[in-house]
Design a protein around this ligand. Structure first.
Ligand code: FES
Ligand SMILES: [Fe+2]
Length: 309
C-alpha cells in the first residue's frame, strides 16, 4: 500500500461501502446498469464540439457523427453548417469569413444565416465554456438548449479534446469505473474508496498525489446528466464545487471525441490570485487531464476492441 500523507481541508470520517479488493468492487454488472441508465437520458440531440476558444474568426471544420460541419463566428454569434458548398461542393472551412458570412474558396459564394437550397445552418449553443451542435441521433428528440451541468461561478476552466477508436459508451464506461484509478494511474491517485453507491451514481473519497506521499483528499461524485456526459463534482474537501465534465461525441462509426473540461474553484482567499493567473494555470491543468486521458483512451479502446475483434 502507498504511504499517503494528506493535507488541506480535513474530511469528516465516512464509512466505506466495501473493503473488498478493487477488482471485486468494480462490478461489470453495476457499470453496465449505470451506463444503461445514462443512455436512457435524452441529450436533446446536442453534441459537445470543443472549447469555445477553439472557434474563432476563421472557419473550422469538425467531423461529428459522420458529418463534416464548418463552424464560424458572425461577430460573437456562433454559426455552423454543412462544410460542403451548395454550388460545387468546395470545403467551406478552406474559405474565409467576411462580415459574418462564409465566403466559398472556389467561386466566392457568400453563405450566412439563411438556407441555400439543401444547405442549411444548424443549431449551435455556446455555454460560455464549450461549443455545442444539435444533430439528433436516431431516437433523440431535439431540445431548445443542451442541459448544462451545475458549474461553479468563479472558476478557472481548462479543456482538452482527444479522439479514440471506440464508441461514446466506452468513454462513459471508463469513467463509471473509478476503481481502476489507483492501479491504472498510480502517478495521480494515491488512495480511493467508495463512500456512496447508488444505481446510477457513485461517490468516492480519493487522494490526489501532489508530491511524493503528500496528497489532497476529497469526496467526488460521478453522475451522468445525459447519455454522452459524465460529470465529476467535488462535494467535500478542498475545491468543493469544482467540476470535471467529460463529454463523448461520436466522430464517425468506431471513432469518438473526448472533450473534457475542468472547472476549478475554491473558497480559499488565495484563489483570487489563482483566478488572476488563470491563463498561466490552464495549460498545467490541461496537461494533467491529457496525461490521464492517454491512459483512459487505451482503456476505452480496449473495451471497443474486445467487442469488435
Ligand atoms: S463551389 Fe462554392 S461557390 Fe462554387
Ligand atoms: Fe482513468
Amino acid at each position: 500500500m502507498n504511504r499517503v500523507i494528506t493535507f488541506g481541508r480535513p474530511l469528516p470520517p465516512r464509512p466505506f461501502v466495501s473493503s473488498a479488493p478493487d477488482w471485486q468492487q468494480s462490478s461489470p454488472r453495476w457499470i453496465e446498469r449505470a451506463l444503461a441508465i445514462a443512455k436512457s437520458r435524452d441529450c436533446g440531440g446536442w453534441h459537445v464540439v470543443d472549447t469555445r476558444r477553439a472557434v474563432g474568426a476563421q472557419p473550422r471544420r469538425y467531423r461529428i457523427d459522420g458529418n463534416d460541419i464548418v463552424f464560424w463566428r458572425d461577430g460573437t454569434e456562433l454559426r455552423a453548417a454543412p462544410d460542403a458548398c451548395p454550388h460545387l461542393g468546395a470545403s467551406l472551412s478552406a474559405g474565409c469569413v467576411r462580415d459574418g458570412e462564409l465566403v466559398c474558396p472556389w467561386h466566392g459564394m457568400r453563405l450566412g444565416r439563411s438556407a441555400h437550397g439543401s444547405w442549411k445552418p444548424l443549431r449551435t449553443f455556446d455555454d460560455g465554456v464549450l461549443v455545442w451542435l444539435q444533430l439528433p441521433r436516431p431516437g433523440e428528440t431535439g431540445s431548445i438548449e443542451p442541459a448544462i451541468t451545475t458549474r461553479p461561478e468563479r472558476c478557472i476552466d481548462a479543456t482538452v479534446r482527444m479522439e479514440a477508436i471506440c464508441e461514446p459508451d466506452d468513454v462513459i464506461a471508463n469513467r463509471l469505473d473509478p476503481w481502476h484509478g489507483v492501479h491504472y494511474h498510480p502517478h495521480s491517485f494515491r488512495r480511493l474508496n467508495v463512500v456512496e453507491k447508488r444505481e446510477d451514481e457513485i461517490t468516492v473519497r480519493v487522494a490526489f498525489g501532489v508530491l511524493g506521499p503528500l496528497s489532497v483528499e476529497v469526496d467526488a461524485r460521478f453522475h451522468c446528466p445525459d447519455a454522452r456526459t459524465i460529470a465529476m463534482t467535488i462535494v467535500a474537501g478542498d475545491g468543493q464545487g469544482s467540476v470535471v465534465e467529460t463529454h463523448a461525441t461520436p466522430v464517425a462509426p468506431g471513432r469518438t471525441a473526448i472533450i473534457e473540461t475542468t472547472l476549478v474553484t475554491s473558497d480559499r482567499a488565495q484563489f483570487s490570485v489563482a483566478l488572476a493567473a488563470g491563463a498561466l494555470l490552464r495549460p498545467l491543468i490541461e496537461r494533467a487531464a491529457a496525461r490521464l486521458w492517454v491512459e483512459d483512451i487505451a482503456y476505452a479502446e480496449r473495451r471497443y476492441a474486445l467487442r469488435h475483434g
